[in-house]
Design a protein around this ligand. Structure first.
Ligand SMILES: *Cc1c(COP(=O)(O)O)cnc(C)c1O
Length: 443
């Protein structure tokens, strides 16, 4: 129970002399004391090393850009870290763009997504010089063209193609059509039509095609069908319109380990396999291999983040077969981690403030919200002497936890603290009830 699986916990995680969890050389008890709980802790060296690993491995595989998918978690500090390590940033709203701008990330390193970008967001992107805007609908072609013409620039765009592949962990489903809101159909002629329209607009220039097939993917199999379909599409576009697709952005979705038993392909291997898959498809369809681009989010920040909670109440509940399940309530919950309730996600949790030799007990770690579905970890073995005031740490919460956080029950959202070389600094401060009351303008 006290062991920290190295593929689940941040690279700088270890146990100190009293069994306390140390992150980036900092005792989590000190973090809780100084910054309060619940608390998101992000290991800076871990984020940086993953960003570097992606940049290097995917450059070797033929990528000219790796864009960090900001929606996983974005703050000014994180934007700077990943950009300093050679990554661009994929933003999907004016708000995410504003963070990247404040971090000083230059436009050429940015790419903008979104299936319903507002005119204001498009204008903001064009005016800042965002290097690539990914076209997601026919309406948007006109909008981006107009914004670029107004700004007196030629905007580089990609067209997002949906290829009928949905990939998740070890499984993927390939269909002829894609029943979802993103992009334009690769099979029904919509992408070709978009390319035709873009070619006629002097304020737009097409640089490539985009395809994103899913999330939490553990192997390259799903990319195989997707890449073949996008490459076939590129060949049709070349044959019919004489337009060469120079850049192929295959999106993100590279999976991480949440549990000891999770075993995603390592970065280097995944990159190599995807590179080979694209090269093979290009050879097969007789097209020049395009530059590649990728957009990992979870795999950059997910494993680097840990959530600290304080135990508040402990309630043994007798089950049907005389078994006991102990409900352990912590001081956060679905407002800082919605993934368990939303996707049935599983997490690794450990006693973080001390060591215990007590017999383990079966626990359900729950939040403090007014919902029975407010679960942090469904089934966890924690020491039988667990007590109020103990600190619990949940691993791999760096992605899609703070970024999806809410104020349910009027809970202020937790701070995010960066740890590095034995020091800690707040990079996003804790919200206060005053912050929230400031939004309520009734008199
Ligand atoms: C969500 C998303 C990503 C990042 O996905 P991860 O699973 O975090 O790697 C990349 N590109 C697009 C278009 C996305 O929607």
């Amino acid at each position: 129970m006290r062991e920290l699986a190295s593929h689940v916990w941040p690279r700088g995680a270890e146990r100190g002399g009293a069994g306390e969890l140390m992150l980036g050389g900092v005792d989590v008890r000190d973090l809780a004391q100084e910054f309060g709980t619940p608390l998101f802790v992000l290991d800076e060296a871990d984020v940086r090393s993953r960003a570097r690993a992606f940049r290097d491995a995917y450059a070797d595989a033929g990528a000219s850009w790796v864009f960090y998918a900001a929606k996983a978690f974005l703050s000014v500090a994180v934007a700077r870290w990943v950009h300093e390590e050679g990554l661009g940033i994929d933003v999907a709203s004016g708000g995410e763009l504003a963070v990247a701008m404040r971090a000083g990330v230059p436009g050429e390193a940015l790419l903008m997504h979104g299936n319903n970008k507002s005119m204001a967001e498009v204008q903001m992107a064009v005016e800042y010089g965002v290097g690539r805007i990914v076209i997601d609908s026919f309406e948007e072609i006109a909008r981006v063209a107009e914004a670029a013409a107004q700004a007196g620039v030629v905007q580089q765009v990609l067209v997002r193609a949906t290829v009928g592949v949905e990939a998740h962990t070890h499984e993927y489903i390939a269909t002829a059509h894609e029943d979802q809101k993103f992009g334009l159909s690769a099979s029904g002629g919509a992408v070709e039509e978009a390319v035709r329209r873009i070619a006629k607009l002097p304020s737009l220039t097409l640089v490539g095609l985009h395809s994103h097939i899913g999330s939490q993917i553990f192997d390259a199999a799903g990319f195989e069908v997707a890449a073949a379909r996008v490459v076939a599409l590129a060949q049709r576009i070349y044959d019919e319109q004489g337009i060469e697709i120079e850049e192929l952005n295959l999106g993100g979705g590279m999976g991480i380990a949440y549990l000891d038993s999770d075993d995603p392909l390592d970065v280097q291997e995944m990159a190599g396999q995807i590179g080979d898959i694209v090269a093979k498809a290009c050879a097969e369809y007789g097209i020049t291999a395009p530059r590649l681009a990728f957009e990992p989010g979870r795999a950059i920040v997910g494993p680097a983040g840990v959530t600290l909670y304080e135990v508040g109440t402990i309630k043994p509940v007798e089950l049907d077969h005389g078994q006991v399940r102990t409900y352990v309530s912590v001081d956060g919950g679905m407002s800082d981690n919605i993934r368990t309730a939303l996707y049935g996600a599983d997490y690794t949790i450990t006693l973080a403030s001390r060591v215990s030799e007590a017999e383990p007990m079966l626990c359900r770690v729950v939040g403090k919200h007014c919902e029975s579905g407010d679960v942090v970890v469904r089934d966890a073995w924690l020491p039988g002497d667990l007590a109020p005031g103990d600190l619990l740490a949940v691993a791999a919460t760096g992605a899609y936890c703070r970024s999806m956080a809410s104020n349910y029950n009027y809970l202020p959202r937790p701070a995010v603290v960066a740890v590095a070389d034995g020091g800690a600094r707040e990079i996003v401060r804790r919200e206060t009830v005053e912050d929230l009351l400031g939004l309520d303008v009734a008199t």
